[in-house]
Design a protein around this ligand. Structure first.
Ligand code: R1P
Ligand code: URA
Length: 251
């Protein structure tokens, strides 16, 4: 079965945006509030739709038309967003999100550019078996790294782990973070693997850049009790990651 492409007059079933209103390039973020903040940075901006967690905007950044969409928390719901954008003809999708640092030097306020993602999510293995790698497009990764360096923030790059579990239980270890730390994984988040796999299946470009909002292993806080992404140091990194994502999107 070839990847689905929808006609220009179609409406995306869950995003509720019209295909003809989509740009070739899309920035995706988890939080609808963050999508609204990005929209303020664009020219000629208009909101295309707001359905469930999916808020979609059209606008232009430095003269280049782009789409901004929120995808919510978790790979299964986010996969709907990524799939519908690809079906609608988007050919480049960059995710800008928050993530937890995994290595001791990847801490609050840093930026991480993902080269690939460990597929610990629950949806991508239902699309293609897990030996299939989840990797970012190398040229976009390089563009993201160069753009992130402009922020003046501490920039890291490497493999992230995408899990479905934000808060662990006391029953089993859902995602073995210490093991992935030993394997050199730099950050943990919840949607990049699904994005990279869906982009590969559609033959489109993709990348991801993260603001680090804590380091659960270093803080000995795997329960996430101390999670607080609303601090100034994180807000600065979120802005740095968003600017890097926008710059790489139009590169
Ligand atoms: O900041 P966003 O883009 O939502 O990304 C991260 O934050 C959420 C968890 O708080 C998850 O969606 C995770 O991937
Ligand atoms: O999934 C996530 C997102 C942000 N910070 C974390 O520690 N984990």
């Amino acid at each position: 079965m070839a990847p689905v492409r929808l006609p220009a007059d179609a409406e995306l079933p869950l995003l509720r945006a019209r295909v003809s209103d989509l740009a070739d390039r899309a920035l995706v973020v988890g939080d609808p509030g963050r999508a609204a903040r990005v929209a303020e940075l664009l020219d000629d901006v208009r909101q295309l739709a707001a359905n469930r967690e999916y808020h979609v905007y059209a606008g232009s950044y430095q003269g280049v038309p782009i789409t901004v969409a929120s995808h919510g928390v978790g790979a299964a719901g986010a996969a709907v967003c990524f799939e519908e954008l690809a079906r609608g003809g988007v050919t480049r999708i960059i995710r800008s999100g928050t993530a937890g640092g995994m290595q001791p030097d990847v801490v609050d306020g840093a930026i991480v550019v993902a080269t690939g993602a460990v597929r610990e999510d629950g949806v991508s293995h239902q699309l293609v078996p897990t030996p299939f790698p989840a990797i970012a497009t190398p040229s976009l990764t390089l563009a993201l790294q160069a753009a992130a360096e402009q922020s003046g923030l501490d920039v890291h790059s490497g493999i992230v782990v995408t899990g479905d579990m934000f808060y662990p239980s006391d029953v089993i270890t859902g995602v073995d973070l210490p093991m992935w730390q030993r394997a050199g994984v730099v950050a943990v988040e919840m949607e990049a693997a699904a994005l990279f796999v869906i982009a590969a299946l559609h033959g489109i470009e993709t990348g991801a850049v993260f603001a680090i909002d804590g380091n659960p292993l270093a803080a000995k806080d795997e329960s996430m009790d101390g999670y607080d992404p609303y601090r100034e140091v994180v807000t600065r990194a979120v802005d740095g990651a968003l600017t890097a994502a926008l710059d790489a999107l139009i590169a």
